[in-house]
Design a protein around this ligand. Structure first.
Ligand code: KG4
Ligand code: ZN
Length: 370
């Protein structure tokens, strides 16, 4: 498919990917070779954390305006860093959902304009599919595998059996895990985003000082619930006022120990379920989303996998969090499978990966961060 005039064709598909569904404005150029391997030519991500930090979370209107201001420049940088121009591309891909509608529209309309002007196919990508397919870009993994997506908006186990074949086998019924980290941090007076802060302080704390609940840690449920744990942290913090530095660290450590226990337990259960579903004896577990950067959680996932004789693939941090390369890659996989979308492609604020799974909070709903 490579079209650059006068050049030897060395790639199968070269594609620009645009991501604007939450608080990262991102664009990337990715190639997929004839051998199925991916190569990232550029991957430009502008995190809007500084814009949202004063409000303690993402403000949709601020995010949408920032995407408008930033996206053209980010696309230009991605093209320059990749050393190509639009004539060298085979397609443009953009996140079409799920996410904050204002931001999604900015990215999708920009991609449509580029596609129309340069007569390129447009691929409207499900942001969650971008996360789900990332280990194929980074590690060349083959289907099937089990994905744990743990971000600020999602906490779900998805059996990835092939392109477009996703079965959600567990999800949060209330808060996402990243959200629980962020809210815990906020209650303890720590800045946003709280996950990295809680992890750092947890290293100096006593994980046994506070006996916090391990919600839904039962053999009959693959779902997660974090709102009760959040309340338990709040009550413990209120009882200890004024909070000393050591108490804050102990609360962080106790919180992280609780969620790590839950994740380890659920991962083992999910791997068994996945094995039953696919017949794969030693399943591969892959992670995606910002919380996957947490070392204690990665260790817990490794322990659960080892018990099953399997292994864990954690893509590099910058590809676990939102980025354009994952969107470009998912677009390339879709394009090669014969899919492309016309100018009528719609933004879909709610777009679950597994459309047959019952709706739950945190599974592709309106306004969910992914
Ligand atoms: O995937 P992501 O970058 O963005 C969206 O959710 O859109 O995930 C961000 C989330 C935040 O809730 C953040 O606190 C959490 O990931 N996070 C972490 C860590 N790094 C980021 N949570 C726990 N430990 C970390 N090291
Ligand atoms: Zn995401």
């Amino acid at each position: 498919m490579g079209r650059a005039a006068g050049r030897t064709k060395v790639w199968n598909v070269r594609i620009l990917g645009i991501e604007t569904s939450c608080d990262e404005t991102a664009a990337a150029v990715v190639e997929r070779g004839d051998d199925g391997r991916g190569r990232i030519l550029s991957n430009v991500v502008h995190s809007q954390i500084a814009e949202h930090a004063p409000f303690g979370g993402v403000v949709p209107e601020i995010a949408a305006r920032a995407h408008v201001d930033l996206l053209d420049g980010i696309v230009e940088r991605a093209m320059t860093e990749a050393g190509c121009d639009f004539a060298d591309l085979d397609a443009v891909a953009a996140t079409a959902g799920p996410g904050l509608i204002g931001g999604v529209l900015v990215g999708l309309v920009t991609a449509k304009a580029i596609a129309a002007v340069h007569r390129l196919p447009l691929v409207a990508v499900n942001h969650l599919e971008g996360h789900a397919l990332t280990p194929r870009l980074t590690d060349g993994v083959a289907f099937p595998y089990l994905m744990l997506l743990v971000s600020g908006g999602h906490t779900q186990f998805v059996a990835v059996e092939g392109l477009g074949r996703y079965t959600r086998i567990g999800t949060t019924i209330d808060d996402a895990l990243g959200e629980a980290f962020d809210k815990t941090a906020k209650m303890l007076g720590l800045p946003y985003p709280g996950g990295p802060q809680v992890e750092t302080l947890a290293a100096r704390g006593d994980p046994t000082r506070f006996d916090l609940p391990r919600p839904l840690m039962r053999r009959d449920s693959l779902d997660f619930s974090f709102s009760g744990l959040k309340t338990a942290v709040r009550l413990a913090a209120e009882a200890e006022q004024p909070l000393s530095e050591q108490t804050i660290a102990d609360l962080c450590a106790s919180f992280q120990a609780a969620v790590t226990d839950v994740v380890r337990f659920k991962a083992e259960l999910a791997l068994k379920r996945f094995r039953d579903l696919t017949g794969v004896a030693a399943p591969l577990l892959v992670t995606a989303g910002g919380v996957a950067a947490n070392k204690a959680i990665a260790v817990a996932l490794g322990q659960a996998s080892a018990k099953m004789g399997g292994r864990v693939v954690v893509p590099p941090g910058r590809l676990c969090t939102d980025n354009g390369a994952m969107i470009a890659w998912a677009g390339a996989e879709r394009l090669l499978a014969g899919a492309s979308d016309g100018m009528s492609a719609q933004a879909r604020p709610r777009w679950p990966l597994d459309e047959t799974a019952p709706p739950r909070l945190g599974s592709g709903q309106w306004g969910a961060k992914a």
